[in-house]
Design a protein around this ligand. Structure first.
Ligand code: SIN
Length: 509
């Protein structure tokens, strides 16, 4: 039996010390079929502030059968949602966008408290997140079909796009709002209903977004949020991929988990969109503008303290510009990067999300330091936990690293710059493409012919050319190789949630 609160609003304000936001946005129950629902077991799990370890809230720990309730609700709601007009869906998405914009400051504070992202970045993410709702409110009205010249005089050939059905959306902690709106905006615009499973570390932002969806008038069952602890997540995730009532899955997260979901989806031959891990190369050629390249790297590396899947991971610098680039980068990092609690003014490097992530970063750096004598690697800056302690890690530069080190062959997900010198363009391209991943890549060059040549050759779904910030709702976000399938954002984001139906009209005389 599901328990619903009358308003769904919990009195959490007092338990969230020093964090400024409106309590009506803070929920600790799942959002299913338009109501706030406890776990059938009554179980909850804690949500911590990574900046100080403080417990912010205890949130409903939903299990498989709770999730089934959400899938059932989405499945029932699909019957009517799919018949709404594009304009009706557009109006609702637009209203949702406006409410997110109205509550921008509160959402940013809430996000900073549960994921550690500095406030200015959290504001940026809320705008980035709302932009997908605005974009897909517009795009809903442009999901066109095609009329194709027929080979037979008695037949007409038409293609129409139809919504696939219920979409399971499994989202990460590093962008607690934008990854939900990027998927849900496209799903709802297409006429799909959805069940969202946010990361265990950041359920509060997801529930706040659900609150605003409710206020916007998104009908019950169309948008559902199921929260669960790490322990319950595998069962919940498996059901979200295998339930016969689910038509498709969209996941943002690690390649390892993505492969598992792909396998589960194969049983029911489900549609799947995967935004997986990257290992982005950032190449600085001799002709680069050094100031621009340093700015670009600071943006591409230190957004969210390096915890984004399009973070620059492997930095390749051509020999003719190497010394100048390294000294400018070191000076810029020492001057501009301020580590601390993201809620504090001026801080731009927050904590890492949790102990696992902190240990992973430590391991990557230790490996380089331990091999420095044998292979000539050098620790130029940082290389240790920050003096603030806890989950804060000092911005670090490692040089003369090699491709056998984890800082080069794994996604670091932390504030570590690992640099390797190269001589020729061919060498850089070969090195850049020598990975199973192909999400983002970046390079700096003022040689126009080189920009085209290298842009064509890099094996990645996205390439930043003299640009370190490539994310926007208009861009087609996605990877190749083991970095994923499908595209999010842009008009192509609709593809995951629609199928093409071929209508053949015969008997035309
Ligand atoms: C991600 O890291 O998962 C997404 C980054 C972005 O959208 O910019």
């Amino acid at each position: 039996m599901m328990l619903r609160s009358v308003t769904g609003v919990c009195c959490l304000r007092r338990s969230i010390i020093g964090v400024r936001y409106v309590s009506s946005l803070v929920h600790n129950k799942a959002y299913i079929d338009g109501g706030w629902v406890e776990a059938q077991s009554g179980n909850v799990f804690p949500v911590n502030n990574p900046a100080n370890g403080e417990v912010l809230s205890h949130v409903a720990d939903m299990c498989e059968s709770d999730t089934q309730t959400a899938i059932d609700a989405a499945h029932n709601a699909f019957v009517t949602w799919k018949t709404t007009t594009a304009k009706e869906r557009s109006v609702l998405l637009r209203r949702w966008y406006e409410l997110v914009e109205t509550h921008k400051t509160d959402l940013a504070h809430l996000m900073t408290s549960e994921c550690g992202k500095p406030l200015a970045e959290a504001h940026g993410e809320v705008s980035y997140g709302s932009s997908f709702l605005e974009f897909y409110a517009e795009e809903a009205r442009r999901i066109y079909g095609e009329v194709v010249p027929s080979p037979h005089p008695s037949k007409e050939i038409l293609f129409i796009r139809q919504p696939i059905g219920v979409a399971s959306l499994i989202t990460p902690w590093n962008f607690p709002i934008a990854m939900i709106t990027r998927k849900a905006g496209a799903a709802l615009a297409s006429g799909c209903t959805c069940v969202v499973k946010p990361a265990e570390d950041t359920p509060l932002s997801a529930l706040a977004i659900a609150h605003l969806a409710h206020q916007a008038g998104i009908p019950p069952g169309v948008f559902n949020v199921v929260t669960s602890s790490r322990a319950n997540t595998p069962d919940v995730g498996k059901l979200m991929c295998t339930s016969p009532k689910v038509a498709g899955v969209s996941f943002t997260g690690s390649t390892a988990v993505g492969k598992l979901l792909y396998e589960w989806c194969s049983v029911g031959v489900k549609r799947i969109g995967l935004e997986l891990g990257g290992n982005a190369v950032f190449i600085v050629f001799n002709s680069a503008n050094v100031t621009a390249a340093v700015d670009g790297l600071i943006n591409a590396k230190f957004r969210n303290a390096g915890q984004t899947c399009i973070s620059a991971n492997r930095i390749l610098v051509q020999s003719g510009i190497y010394e100048e680039f390294l000294s400018s980068l070191k000076a810029a990092m020492m001057d501009r990067l301020v580590v601390g609690d993201g809620a504090k003014e001026g801080v731009n490097q927050g904590p890492l999300i949790n102990d696992n992530q902190f240990r992973r970063v430590e391991r990557v750096v230790e490996r380089v330091v331990s091999e420095s004598v044998s292979c000539g690697a050098e620790l130029v800056l940082g290389g240790h936990g920050h003096e603030l302690g806890g989950l804060f890690y000092s911005p670090t530069i490692l040089t003369h690293v090699n491709k056998h080190m984890p800082c080069f062959n794994e996604e670091i997900f932390g504030p570590i710059v690992a640099i390797k010198k190269f001589e020729t363009e061919d060498e850089a391209i070969t090195e850049a493409n020598c990975t199973n991943h192909g999400l983002a890549s970046y390079f700096y060059s003022q040689d126009v012919s080189q920009t085209w040549r290298v842009g064509r050759q890099l094996e990645a779904g996205m390439v930043g050319i003299n640009e370190g910030l490539i994310s926007c709702c208009e861009g087609a976000f996605g990877g190749i190789k083991q970095s994923g399938l499908g595209r999010e954002g842009s008009r192509h984001g609709i593809d995951d949630y629609t199928y093409i139906k071929y209508l053949c009209f015969g008997g035309i005389n």
